[in-house]
Design a protein around this ligand. Structure first.
Ligand SMILES: Nc1nc2c(ncn2[C@@H]2O[C@H](COP(=O)(O)OP(=O)(O)O)[C@@H](O)[C@H]2O)c(=O)[nH]1
Ligand SMILES: [Mg+2]
Length: 430
């Protein structure tokens, strides 16, 4: 084994944190199908890493990675054959993955393995516990504080906006045909955790508070959040529903800032409609607090900034019957229309002045008792997945007991205990 200390660069499918997590998770597992999948995913991630960028990581890398991969696939196949209950197509997916690995098509090999993992382990309790832990740390930093909370769908530009507010420098690039603001210097330490992404997928997996020194000497705390849409992974959805909301509830006051991108206003306004529903889900009594909301518009072509107010009015006129009869939904739109009448807040992350924007956001009223306003909720499908995962652990325990595999019994019992703990302490609260 040699130490990988020099070689990882974030690319499309792997970042350092997830690589370290894969490694740590598999280290703690007894030999089983799940471990084998994790080990292979880790090896494949190593294969995908760029060998040029220097990073200080202490991860053991096999000297002959190709041979280890081959060996692990064989082991994986044996483990899969041993299972009494065979999830559908599992052998086939493993074979697909193996063939792709032999062809060095790592992305395909990885995706097939992820499918297998998802079917045998629908909920990654390790990942969920990690997310909850990070949120708990964030909760300490924002407890009893006045915060600005960025909300908006994935890709709307929340993380880029928070970097702008924290005075990170960036340069404009075109990535996959779209404008991307690549960070060039991150000065604020809290912002090191905030990654931005040119992909549609969310990079922010939990709430991240960023302290920004203000003109009067106090810090202004701005929080980046993961999107609250139902396309999140089950782990992010549960962590959002139980921990993020709890952290927000612990604040002294909250100024919600909704980040809306140009794209969501165009294209039949669908993005804006789903955003409004997400907001109502988070704050059922939103109508009573709507004046505390600010709206920031991103990705606007210069010549179209003046059209924001008129486009919103056009959407409002076009409301269907359901939308018209939904008071909260109407209120959100009316507030956006009111707040864009004079001068909408648009942000050019390179040219605009962050303090001007921050000062403007601070002039809005704040929600004084967030614990009475924000609510817990996780999607129905996440609830089902938690139950399914508990059942899977139970049947693995029975099966491992039959095979006298007590190490595995202990491991699965520990996992089941963690799921039960999360469920009993959090999910039963609402
Ligand atoms: N904030 C902002 N982001 C932009 C703009 N134009 C393009 N983007 C890009 O939109 C993508 C998604 O941004 P990100 O901040 O990661 O979105 P998030 O998922 O809401 O955190 C990134 O590639 C940004 O660089 C713009 O005018 N403002
Ligand atoms: Mg983000």
């Amino acid at each position: 084994m040699s130490i990988v200390g020099s070689s990882i660069r974030e690319n499309d499918s792997i970042d350092i944190e997830s690589l370290t997590n894969l490694y740590r998770d598999s280290e703690h597992m007894p030999p089983c199908l799940e471990k084998s999948l994790n080990v292979l995913l880790f090896y494949i991630a190593l294969k995908q890493c760029d060998q040029t960028t220097s990073l200080d990581l202490c991860i053991n890398k096999p000297d002959d990675l190709d041979a280890e991969i081959e060996k692990e696939y064989e082991f994986l196949k044996q483990q899969a054959a041993k299972r009494e209950i065979q999830p559908k197509d599992i052998q086939k997916l493993i074979n697909f993955s193996h063939v792709n690995a032999r062809r060095q098509s790592w992305r395909y090999a990885q995706n097939y393995l992820k499918k297998v993992l998802k079917s045998i382990r629908p909920l990654d309790i390790q990942e969920l516990c990690r997310l909850i832990k990070k949120v708990d740390d964030a909760a300490v930093l924002i407890e009893d504080k006045d915060i600005i909370l960025l909300l908006g769908v994935t890709g709307s530009g929340k993380s880029t906006t928070i970097h702008f507010l924290g005075e990170s420098t960036m340069k404009k690039e075109i990535v996959n045909g779209m404008v991307h603001f690549q960070l060039t210097e991150v000065k604020n330490e809290d912002l090191r955790q905030v990654t931005t992404s040119a992909r549609a997928k969310s990079d922010t997996r939990h709430i991240i508070p960023v302290r920004i020194p203000s003109d009067d000497g106090d810090d202004i705390i701005v929080c980046d959040t993961p999107g609250f849409e139902d396309t999140n992974s089950v782990e992010v959805d549960i962590a959002n529903g139980i921990s993020v909301i709890k952290a927000i509830q612990g604040c002294h006051s909250v100024r919600p800032v909704v980040v809306v991108s140009y794209k969501s206003i165009g294209d039949r306004f669908q993005g804006l409609r789903s955003l409004a529903y997400i907001l109502v889900g988070l704050l059922p009594g939103i109508a009573d607090h709507i004046r505390c909301f600010s709206f920031v518009f991103t990705k606007y072509p210069k010549d179209e900034r003046q059209t924001i107010h008129e486009s919103l009015k056009a959407i409002r006129k076009d409301f269907n019957e359901t939308e018209k009869s939904d008071a909260s939904f109407r209120k959100i739109f009316d507030e956006m229309i009111t707040k864009t009448r004079r001068r909408p807040i648009t942000i050019d992350p390179i040219k605009d002045n962050p303090m001007d924007v921050l000062n403007e956001l601070m002039t809005s009223e704040s929600i004084a008792r967030p614990n009475e306003v924000f609510r817990f909720s996780i999607t129905e499908s996440s609830r089902t997945i938690v139950q399914e995962q508990s059942r899977k652990y139970q049947s693995s325990i029975v099966s491992a007991t039959k095979h006298f595999d007590y190490l595995l019994v202990k491991y699965k019992l520990d996992q089941l205990k963690q799921v039960t703990f999360v469920v009993s302490t959090h999910l039963t609260l609402d």
